[in-house]
Design a protein around this ligand. Structure first.
Ligand code: SF4
Ligand code: SF4
Length: 114
């Protein structure tokens, strides 16, 4: 898989694919309710310069809902509205370059179970 390619389980080697549990993120996403804060993002790239030097750009892969994408200007775009608050980007960025906080009170995702 080349950098910038969209991730797909089908592209993984067969042995790895068969070892994965039968969990599909899309199935879980339908159970989420979003209360989007249109005025303030709770996610922020701190320094674009650092991203430019970040060779593997893991943020393009670890986010389960593809919040981070590479813009045509080469900068990382942040679609914070889709964030499901899993917290992966707090630990996944090798340069600690993503400012992450919970959405303001009353905003964010609500999970319903059962
Ligand atoms: S992983 Fe971090 S430093 Fe690298 S491109 Fe993404 S946000 Fe920037
Ligand atoms: S907290 Fe999770 S869902 Fe939200 S942007 Fe980070 S990796 Fe994506």
């Amino acid at each position: 898989m080349k950098r910038g390619d969209a991730f797909s389980v089908k592209k993984l080697p067969a042995q790895l694919r068969e070892s994965l549990p039968a969990v599909y993120v899309d199935d879980w996403l339908v159970s989420i309710k979003y209360f989007v804060d249109e005025e303030e993002s709770h996610l922020k790239i701190q320094e674009d310069e650092l991203c430019a030097r970040c060779e593997d750009k893991p943020c393009l892969y670890f986010c389960p809902v593809n919040v981070y994408t590479l813009g045509s200007d080469g900068r990382i775009q942040v679609a914070y509205q889709a964030c499901v608050e899993c917290g992966s980007c707090r630990v996944g960025c090798p340069y600690d370059n993503i400012e992450w906080k919970l959405p303001r009170g009353g905003y964010g995702v609500a999970y319903k179970f059962g």
